[in-house]
Design a protein around this ligand. Structure first.
Ligand code: MSP
Length: 513
């Protein structure tokens, strides 16, 4: 049986249209999911929408519609994003689905039976935009002198009856979890932040609200709806069949790797494992928190009007170009800045010049000088064997990077080999060999074409479509495109006819600003 790999994106609030932040989190999951599938794993890749809560209820009201209709409409935009960005999610979950409501209520009952929930009164600050409670000392003040959440979101004073989860009792067990599993939270800076937050002591967590109705009713007390985060986090187990924990579905997939933005780490790394431990369910495999994007050096905000719309950057640079740029520009986990200049450089330098041109040069020479067929390898010299060994050795290096979500390093290593291939071809100058040593020319073209096959197999997770076009041009059959096919046994067959070569990464005009 194949190994299983379960990966999740956060589920997105439907109060907003998709922006680069959403696209980025899901893209990182897509790259992981594709990599693992190509590497022989059975993958479950989950994304979806978070549809309850006061924020969504308000957004629906502002849009002049009821929450259910509003959710149907906006949730669809996230499905469209997934299609436009070629995301390979296996499931799209919505928190308004029956299976999810059943799952959250079952979790609630379990926590209640375990004595982890009690009824009290919540009095304190709440930020609807973050759907989060804050203590007085966490708040700051905005320019107008109003109290605001650390995220800058406005807060309001809330006093209402509320059910509480005994989070304070979980401090030591959480700290032990972080200590026993140093890579449970990544990257390390974020882990340290969480450890110090939990080390500072935890308050019990208010997990129900009464001021509005757009939520999952608390079992046995329909005056309360559940706090949106207990509802939302549970999606990760709903998707694998919770509350049916003994099912094959649940036992074979859970636990998952959760990819999240740094702003929502606390919910995932503190509340979620505490809920799960309290309910006697295994905690997640890992929580990786990525950084935030700015745009041309500025914080992205609607009021500044600099929101990066996913479909717009794709139309401008091309989908695979954008996917590459986002994965290459920053060390995953750090913040990054999206700039036009940076994107152009990636598209024209890395993709058009380094990668695209390498493929074009070789494929064209094969078309012209080898009657459009894969040439025979002939006798390999040391430098030929070295180049191919570098290519074949890549997959192991990439596996190590992907295990720790180091997408940038993965691409850097691939580009190192692309650089080596360009140097090889310049040094061997097959165009000069045509008349003086045609056999050597064939060997050089064979080796570079074979290397391009390996590179195109390995760039599939980040650039699925362009890599597929390169593989088409090398006549690589569909069932020979997984990583097991990198080995020598599956190398290009001499004599195999190749289609007419065509450029895959066009140069973009520098003048577009
Ligand atoms: N609904 C919650 C998640 C519940 S998960 C159980 C939520 N939704 S969200 O729509 O606000 O999610 C946004 C995701 O996009 C988060 O991972 C967040 O970090 C990410 N980003 C939002 N703006 C971003 C940037 N400018 N840059 C990168 N990612 C950012 O939170």
């Amino acid at each position: 049986m194949r190994d299983k790999f379960y990966i999740t994106t956060p589920i997105y609030y439907v109060n907003d249209n998709p922006h680069i932040g959403h696209a980025y989190t899901t893209l990182s999951c897509d790259v992981m999911a594709r990599f693992k599938r190509l590497d022989g794993y059975d993958v479950l890749f989950l994304t979806g929408t978070d549809e309850h809560g006061q924020k969504v209820e308000r957004a629906a009201r502002e849009a002049g519609t009821d929450p259910a209709t509003f959710c149907d409409e906006v949730s669809e935009n996230f499905r469209i994003l997934a299609r436009e960005w070629n995301f390979s999610n296996d499931q799209f979950i919505r928190t308004t689905e029956q299976r999810h409501i059943r799952s959250v209520q079952a979790l609630w009952r379990r926590l209640e039976e375990a004595g982890e929930i009690y009824l009290g009164t919540y009095e304190g600050w709440y930020a609807i935009r973050d759907e989060a409670f804050y203590t007085e000392d966490e708040l700051g003040v905005d320019d107008a002198g109003r109290k605001v959440a650390p995220s800058g979101a406005p807060v309001e004073w809330v006093k209402e009856p509320s059910y509480f989860f005994r989070l304070s009792a979980w401090q030591d067990r959480l700290l032990k979890l972080y200590e026993d599993r140093p890579d449970f939270i990544m990257p390390e800076v974020r882990r340290n932040e969480v450890v110090s937050f939990v080390g500072g002591g935890l308050n019990d967590l208010s997990i129900s609200r009464t001021g509005f109705t757009w939520g999952i009713p608390v079992p046995g007390d329909s005056r309360h709806v559940m706090y949106v985060w207990i509802d939302a986090l549970t999606n990760y187990i709903t998707a694998v069949g919770y509350p049916d924990e003994s099912s094959e579905l649940f036992t074979s997939w859970w636990p998952a790797l959760h990819m999240v933005g740094k702003d929502i780490l606390r919910f995932h790394a503190v509340y979620w494992p505490a809920f799960l431990m309290a309910a006697g369910i295994e905690v997640p495999g890992r929580i990786f928190a990525h950084g935030w994007w700015t745009s041309e050096g500025k914080k992205i905000s609607k009021s500044l009007g600099n929101v990066i719309v996913p479909s717009e950057i794709v139309a401008r640079y091309g989908l695979d170009q954008v996917r590459y740029t986002l994965m290459r520009e920053v060390n995953f986990g750090n913040d990054g800045d999206f700039s036009h200049r940076g994107a152009m450089l990636r598209c024209n330098h890395d993709l058009a010049n380094d990668y695209g041109n390498l493929a074009q040069r070789v494929l064209k020479m094969i078309a012209r000088n080898c009657r459009g067929r894969v040439p025979p390898p002939g006798t390999l010299r040391d430098q030929d064997r070295e180049l191919l060994a570098q290519g074949r050795g890549l997959v192991d290096r990439l596996r190590r990077h992907i295990e720790i979500q180091a997408f940038q390093l993965m691409l850097r290593d691939i580009w190192e080999v692309i650089g080596a291939a360009n140097r090889y071809i310049d040094a061997e100058a097959p165009w000069k060999l045509r008349d003086v040593d045609p056999q050597r020319m064939e060997t050089v073209l064979y080796c570079t074409a074979e290397l391009i096959r390996i590179l195109a197999l390995l760039t599939q997770p980040v650039m699925p479509e362009s890599s597929a076009r390169l593989l088409d041009q090398l006549a690589v059959p569909d069932d020979r495109r997984d990583f097991a096919s990198i080995d020598e046994e599956h190398s290009l067959r001499p004599g195999c006819p190749l289609p007419e070569p065509e450029g895959v990464f066009p140069r973009l005009a520098e003048s577009t600003s």
